[in-house]
Design a protein around this ligand. Sequence first.
Ligand code: AMP
Ligand code: GLY
Length: 417
Amino acid sequence: MAKVLVIGSGGREHAIAAKFAQSPQVEEVFVAPGNPGMCDVATVVNIAQNHTEALIAFVQAENIDLIFVGPEIPLCEGIVDEMEKAGCVVFGPTKKAAMLEGSKVFSKHLMKKYHIPTAAYESFSDYEQAKEYLSKQQCPIVLKADGLAAGKGVIIAQTMEEAQQALADMMCNALFDKAGSSVVIEEYLEGEEFSLLAFVNEELVIPMEIAQDHKRAFDNDEGLNTGGMGAYTPVNHLPKQAVEDALHLIMKPMAKAMVAEGCPFKGVLYGGCMWTKNGVKTIEFNVRFGDPETEVLLLSLQDDLYQVCMDVLAKKEVQLHWSEKPILGVVLANKGYPQSYQKGAIIKGLDKVNAHVFHMGTSLKEGEVIATGGRVLFVACEGDTLKEAQDKVYEEIKKIDCDALFYRHDIGNKGIR
Ligand code: AMP
Ligand code: GLY
């Protein structure tokens, strides 16, 4: 029997830990640093996700068979390289391969070099040059901070004034700290977004079912970009061609490109795709499971995640199986997110909820669950139809008692209309 360590502390890691815990081959799942909501499926270990040495010592002391790294920050800092050097078995990309998410400039350059469809762009590290280029573009226009910004480093400017202000905020006023010292300025694309994730090892690409996230904070896609406010799978109203093209024009070519560049990819590769009137385009790559897509995808996955990881590490082809039933989930976030918000409100009523509840950002205080993250909880249900799943989720959410939280009311509508 195997032992697994999941690294991270959000809803994604709660879902990953829950899925590993279901495997008949897995004896125990640990999560570091985890959160109190995960105690239902795993042993929570109090080691920070950037404390690599302590994590390695724990892995060695417990004889952990597989480590699964959830978030992008430790991946981009090289946790996989360090752990592999110490002889651990890790499912996740090396620091070099994680640049695909860690640097938008790197990722856009590779897409251009290998003819992977994406928005036309230029990148800049000099403010005056960027300003000059921007002044000659049409609006709307998209500005992206080069580095990691928790899904918030993208500005879609409707007017030139807004665009110039955003550029100055990124490059001169360090709105996203160092992440914005280089920027990508790119063409605005119109179309429908979807997420295609795949288990990848070098040129082996095993695609998952597609999911759809909802990036904006408020109903009708209004408000700022967030890490994601809700998700569902499958996305049946998109044509099969969109998924086929995303696999053959985006995911497989990028896996191949990474091998050719000397930084082969191993782990979960996330393609943020858009189906436009000119075909499929890449919005971004992430180098890990998406949050909250993972929560719905892993509820739908019928296979043993431990076996899938082991097979992919051994470069074996795997056939994945997905639930026939749609799964939909909604994020409850602290009011103010993705900007500043108050922490610490008490959450009541969780024991009454008849749904899958994943904890994204909670803590325990004097025996009560409190809201500490920007995104706090993810509530998901399956249904015979997407509408039924949606109705169930919104019914169950009403049982959660916490005035400090807000959520979108239209998750899944695109798939229902
Ligand atoms: P990213 O962090 O690159 O995924 O961008 C966050 C969100 O901004 C995406 O999910 C899209 O909704 C939007 N976005 C990013 N790039 C573009 C683009 N070129 N055209 C239109 N929308 C975009
Ligand atoms: N849900 C999008 C992301 O994880 O980046």
